[in-house]
Design a protein around this ligand. Structure first.
Ligand code: GDP
Ligand code: MG
Length: 641
C-alpha cells in the first residue's frame, strides 16, 4: 500500500458552518475564536497520519474563491468533506439542494470521489442531526459516511480526517454496494479467486491451517486460536453453510468480508485484496501480472525448479481423481483463478495426453515449458493469476533466462534444458507425423485427429546422455524458393525432411541446406520419412547419403511411425541441439588438412557473392576474419567460374 499517491481532502459547505475552524482546531488542537475566512493549504507528513500517507487539507471560501477555482479543487480532491452546521437547518437543506448535486455536476453522475458529510457545532445541539442525514446517505451512494463533530470542543475532529483518509485508501464503491447491502460482483470475483488460491487442498473449505497461512500472508501474524473460534462462531451464526467440517466455506468467507465492510472495517478487506495484487478498480496491477524481465538477444527463457514445482503442485491440487491427467472439468477448475481459459483444443495436439485426449502431467509441464520459451510474458501473467505470489515473492523466481547462445558455443557447453528444432520439408513428406511422433503418437492415431486442430508445435522430454531435456519441434511452413526469416532460422537444430517414396522431395532439403544452414552454426539432420516403404531414387545430382557425406552431415535418419514410432530421431535431434560443437570437434580432429578448411571458407564466400539475397545475415564474424584474404579468394572464385 505504500505506493499510494497523496490524499487530498477538500472541505466545502456554506459560509459560517465552521470549515476553517475545523481545520485550525485539528492543526493546533485548540479552538480559536478568530479565524481567517480561509485556511492555507496544510500538508500533513506521512509519518504522522494514521495510514502513513502524505495528506493535504484544503479549505474553501466563497468569499475568496470563485466558482472556477472551486470546480478545479473539486476535480483535484481525492475526498470531499461537505460540512454543515447541526444547528443550521438551511445548511442541511443545502446538502441535497446544492452541494451534492454540484459535486455530481463537476465530477459526473457516477463519480467515485468519496464524500463525507460533516456535521459541525455539535456542542450547540440538543439532539443529533443524524436522523435527517441518514436518508441522504441512502440517496447519494457517493456519501461514504457521516460524522458529527465540534471544532470548539475538538470532539471527533481527528476522526473526521481519519475517515476522510480511509475513504480514499479503502474506498467502498469498488467493493460494496450499499443499496443492495452486498459485495460488488468484482469484489466477489476477487475474493473467490483468493479463496481458491488459499484452499491448498482444493476441498472448498479453508481449514484452520489454511486460515492461518492466509492470516500470516495478509496480516503477518496467525490468528489467535480463540479468535479463530470466535470468527467461525460468528460465521456459523449468520450464514447457513458458512462453516463446513469446522472450516470456512466460500460462502462463509464472502460473508466475513461483507461483515467487515458493514462494520466500517474496509481496511481488512482491502489489505487482503492488495496482498493478492488488486488495485483500486479490482484489477490486478501491472507489477503483479507483468513484472519486468530482461531477455537479451541470444538468450531464451525456461522455467526454474521453483516454477516447475509450483506448477506440479497446482496440477496435483486439481487432479481430483488422482489419475495423472486433467479431464476437461479439472482443467477448467485449474484455470478458474484466471480471466480466461488460456488453453484451447490445439494444446492437446501439442503435448502428451492420455488416450482420451486429456492432458497428462508430462504434457502439462511441456505446455508450460513451451509457453515460457515462446511467450514468457504470458507465463508470468498466468503465474500471477494462478497465485504464484502466495508462495513466492515474485514470479520472476519461476523463470530462468539462459545466457547468450554465443557464449554456450564458445564455452562448448550449455546449461539449457529446452531446445528448439525447426522442421522443414516440402508438402506431404511427413512433417506433421514427425511432430506428432514426439508425443509417441503413431500414424493410426494421428489419422483420427482433427486436422484443423493440429498445431505447428510439439513439445516433449527426451533423454540426452541420461539427462532429461525438452525438445520443441516446430513445423516451419516455407516454400522452396522463399527465404527464411531470422525467426524461422532461430533454432538449435534444423531437421530437413524428405519422403523416401517421393523422388522430388529431397531436392527441397538439399536446397534448404545449401541456402540456409551450410554456413550457419545450426546443426542439421536430414530425415527420411515413410521409411517403412522402399526408397525410390531421388531426382537430384546426389543421393541423400552422398549429399550428407559430402557436406559432413550425419547420414540420413530413417523414420517411420506407422505403428511404432522410431524414437531415435528425437534423441539425435536433442543431442545435436544440446551439443552443437560435437560435430565440429570431431571434424577438427579428423579433418585437419588445410585444403578442406579452405574449401569450407571458399564455399562460404561463394554463397556470399552468388546469392545476393542472403547477404543480410549472420556473416558478420566470418567477414571480419576473412577481410585480409577476401579479395584474393574472390579472384579465385571468379577464375573458377
Ligand atoms: P467557515 O466559513 O465554514 O470557514 O466557518 P468558520 O470556521 O469561519 O466559523 C464560523 C463561525 O462558527 C465562527 O464564529 C466560529 O467560531 C464558529 N464555530 C466554528 N466551529 C464551531 C463549533 O464547533 N462550535 C461552535 N459553537 N462554534 C463554532
Ligand atoms: Mg472559512
Amino acid at each position: 500500500m505504500g505506493s499510494r499517491r497523496d490524499v487530498r481532502i477538500l472541505l466545502v459547505g456554506d459560509a459560517g458552518v465552521g470549515k476553517t475552524s475545523l481545520i485550525l482546531s485539528l492543526v493546533s488542537e485548540e479552538f480559536a475564536e478568530d479565524v481567517p475566512s480561509r485556511a492555507e493549504e496544510i500538508t500533513i507528513p506521512a509519518d504522522v497520519t494514521p495510514e502513513h500517507v502524505p495528506t493535504h487539507i484544503v479549505d474553501y471560501s466563497a468569499q475568496e474563491q470563485d466558482e472556477n477555482v472551486l470546480q478545479e479543487e473539486i476535480l483535484k480532491a481525492s475526498v470531499i468533506c461537505v460540512v454543515y452546521s447541526v444547528t443550521d437547518e438551511d445548511s442541511i437543506q443545502r446538502l441535497t439542494m446544492y452541494w451534492l448535486p454540484l459535486l455530481r455536476a463537476s465530477l459526473g453522475d457516477e463519480h467515485r470521489t468519496p464524500v463525507i458529510l460533516v456535521g459541525n457545532k455539535v456542542d450547540l445541539a440538543d439532539f443529533p442531526s443524524l436522523e435527517t442525514i441518514l436518508p441522504i446517505m441512502n440517496d447519494f451512494a457517493e456519501v461514504e459516511t457521516c460524522v458529527e463533530c465540534s471544532a470548539r470542543t475538538l470532539k471527533n475532529i481527528s476522526e473526521v480526517f481519519y475517515y476522510a483518509q480511509k475513504a480514499v485508501l479503502h474506498p467502498t464503491a469498488p467493493v460494496y454496494n450499499p443499496e443492495e447491502k452486498e459485495l460488488t460482483p468484482g469484489c466477489r470475483k476477487a475474493l473467490t479467486r483468493i479463496f481458491r488460491i488459499c484452499d491448498l487442498d482444493n476441498d472448498n473449505i479453508l481449514n484452520d491451517e489454511e486460515v492461518n497461512a492466509f492470516q500470516q500472508k495478509c496480516f503477518n501474524a496467525p490468528l489467535h486460536p480463540q479468535a479463530l473460534e470466535d470468527v467461525k462462531a460468528i460465521v456459523s451464526r449468520h450464514t447457513s453453510e458458512g462453516i463446513c467440517d469446522d472450516g470456512i466455506s466460500l460462502k462463509g468467507f464472502l460473508f466475513l468480508h461483507t461483515l467487515f465492510i458493514q462494520k466500517g472495517r474496509h481496511e481488512t478487506t482491502w489489505t487482503v485484496l492488495r496482498k493478492f495484487g488488486y488495485d483500486d478498480n479490482l484489477q490486478l496491477t501491472k507489477d503483479f501480472i507483468a513484472p519486468r524481465l530482461q531477455v537479451g538477444p541470444g538468450s531464451t527463457t525456461e522455467l526454474t525448479h521453483q516454477g516447475y514445482s509450483f506448477l506440479t503442485n497446482l496440477f496435483d491440487k486439481y487432479d481430483e481423481d488422482c489419475d495423472g491427467c486433467l479431464n476437461p472439468t479439472e482443467l477448467q477448475n485449474l484455470f478458474s483463478t484466471c480471466p480466461i481459459m488460456p488453453w484451447g483444443p490445439d494444446v492437446n495436439n501439442t503435448v502428451c495426453t492420455n488416450s482420451e485426449g486429456w492432458i497428462t502431467l508430462q504434457g502439462y509441464l511441456a505446455q508450460w515449458t513451451l509457453t515460457t520459451l515462446l511467450d514468457v510474458p504470458r507465463t508470468l501473467e498466468y503465474l500471477g493469476h494462478l497465485g504464484y505470489h502466495y508462495h513466492h515473492e515474485t514470479q520472476l523466481s519461476a523463470i530462468q533466462v539462459t545466457r547468450d547462445k554465443k557464449i554456450d558455443l564458445e564455452k562448448r557447453q550449455t546449461t539449457r534444458n529446452v531446445f528448439r528444432c525447426h522442421v522443414l520439408g516440402s508438402k506431404n513428406v511427413g512433417k506433421t507425423s514427425l511432430l506428432q511422433g514426439l508425443l509417441s503418437r503413431n500414424l493410426r492415431y494421428v489419422a483420427t485427429l482433427n486436422k484443423h486442430l493440429l498445431s505447428s508445435f510439439t513439445m516433449n522430454t527426451v533423454q540426452v546422455y541420461g539427462q532429461e531435456k525438452y525438445l520443441m519441434l516446430h513445423e516451419v511452413d516455407v516454400a522452396m524458393c522463399e527465404m527464411l526469416t531470422p525467426t524461422e532460422l532461430d533454432c538449435d537444430v534444423a531437421c530437413l525432411v524428405y519422403d523416401v517414396t517421393n523422388p522430388r522431395s529431397f531436392e527441397f532439403c538439399a536446397r534448404m541446406y545449401l541456402k540456409h544452414f551450410i554456413d550457419s552454426k545450426i546443426p542439421t539432420l536430414i530425415v527420411a520419412c515413410k521409411a517403412e516403404h522402399p526408397e525410390v531414387r531421388q531426382d537430384y545430382e546426389f543421393t541423400p547419403a552422398q549429399f550428407c557425406s559430402r557436406y559432413k552431415l550425419p547420414p540420413p535418419q530413417y523414420f517411420t511411425c506407422i505403428d511404432k514410432v522410431n524414437w531415435d530421431v528425437y534423441v539425435k535431434l536433442a543431442t545435436m541441439a544440446a551439443y552443437p560443437n560435437l560435430k565440429r570437434l570431431v571434424h577438427m580432429l579428423l579433418v585437419h588438412q588445410k585444403s578442406l578448411w579452405l574449401e569450407e571458407k571458399f564455399r562460404h564466400l561463394k554463397g556470399l557473392y552468388t546469392d545476393e539475397n542472403k547477404v543480410y545475415i549472420r556473416l558478420g564474424i566470418g567477414l571480419v576474419a576473412l577481410t585480409g584474404m577476401g579479395f584474393a579468394m574472390y579472384k579465385i572464385l571468379r577464375a573458377l567460374r
